[in-house]
Design a protein around this ligand. Structure first.
Ligand code: NAD
Length: 318
């Protein structure tokens, strides 16, 4: 029988462990199992986390294990794979990570797993597609972290620029978690006030916000050049996503979700606002995109579709 709040993490690298560590502070997980191809690393990471339990928010079971642990898990988070190297785009990692993610998904499903898979490995929109196709799970139960991190970066930078708390910045990044993402500015709000009206009143320019978006788009490159990897932000973003599932929140988050024509495209995963709860994705929130934004969405979706056709489908069919 499925155990509520049992979380399995596959991939105990920087990203996976940053997420795992956040749960010691926030609580919300009853059992956390760490899996890695490097089993010694998974054991070492487990011991290190366990030693923080006396100071953690809640007690919880933390252990290293094998794929059989997925059998009764509620959620499996995949952060395994090769990380982005300086100068590499997320899409450069596609074929290598697709093969790794395919074999991980097969192992998860062999256990009899019947919960929700959350994918963070890059390129995340493509890897989410691979996991859904290989697992055969309903599309609502395979979710990519998508532009959840990009959206957090945007909200943070906008909050600094406008001097308003990030919790009152309602703006999002849509499309690929990568170079072809975009911000639908007409759907951005400061509190409950339309952003464009707010900027007008304040005598500020939308072009400043375009520069902020540019910084978001370049953020991973900037961080990777300096410290080789990005992980704290995504660690917290994954915590937020898992909590939305475990707590049956009906939260709206920007996630990589299977498309069925909501924005004019099908048979791909990409970043859109979506309603999520204990059972996975309930629905995609449809925003009426203007012509310019729809063209950006189309271009982003077409980039992903081309990769699926040229790189992914041959791997899935092999
Ligand atoms: P990392 O190299 O530190 O960790 C990867 C881990 O995966 C390693 O521990 C490795 O042993 C493990 N691994 C590799 N192959 C495996 C397999 N077959 N089975 C089980 N474990 C396996 O990398 P990282 O910095 O943690 O990044 C992990 C992934 O997350 C990368 O693809 C990276 O691009 C991605 N990432 C995504 C976001 C996002 O917003 N979605 C943000 C940052 C990083």
């Amino acid at each position: 029988m499925k155990k509520d709040r049992k979380l399995v993490l596959v991939g105990t690298g920087f990203v996976g462990m940053s997420m795992a560590y956040t749960f010691l502070s926030t609580g919300g997980v009853d059992e956390l199992v760490l899996i890695d191809v490097d089993t010694e690393k998974a054991i070492g990471e487990t011991m290190d986390l366990q030693h923080g339990l006396p100071y953690a928010r809640n007690n919880m079971i933390i252990k290293a294990g094998g794929y059989e642990e997925c059998a009764n898990a509620e959620v499996v988070v995949i952060t395994a794979g090769t990380a982005q190297k300086p100068g590499q785009t997320r899409l450069d990692m596609t074929a290598t990570n697709a093969k790794i993610i395919k074999s991980i998904t097969e192992s998860i499903m062999e256990s009899g797993f019947d919960g929700i898979i959350v994918v963070a490995s890059n390129p995340v929109d493509i890897m989410s597609y691979v996991v859904q196709k290989v697992s055969g799970l309903p599309e609502s139960r395979v979710i990519g972290s998508g532009t959840l991190l990009d959206t957090a970066r945007l909200r943070y930078l906008m909050s600094e620029y406008l001097g308003i708390a990030p919790s009152n910045i309602h703006a999002l990044i849509m499309g690929e978690h990568g170079d072809s993402s975009f911000v639908p500015w007409t759907h951005a709000y400061i509190g409950t006030k339309n952003l464009l009206d707010y900027l007008d009143e304040e005598g500020r320019e939308l072009s400043d916000l375009h520069e902020i978006y540019h910084q978001v788009q370049q953020a991973a490159y900037e961080i990777i050049n300096r410290k080789k990897s990005t992980y704290y932000g995504i660690g917290l973003a994954l915590n937020r996503l898992v909590q939305a599932i475990f707590n049956d929140e009906n939260a709206i988050l920007t996630l990589s979700v299977a498309q069925n024509g909501e924005y004019g495209h099908s048979d791909l995963y990409t970043g859109v606002p979506a309603l999520i709860n204990h059972e996975g994705i309930q629905k995609i929130i449809k925003l009426p995109l203007n012509e310019v934004d729809q063209a950006k969405f189309d271009q982003s979706a077409n980039t992903l579709k081309e990769i699926i056709e040229t790189i992914i489908n041959p791997i899935l069919n092999s």
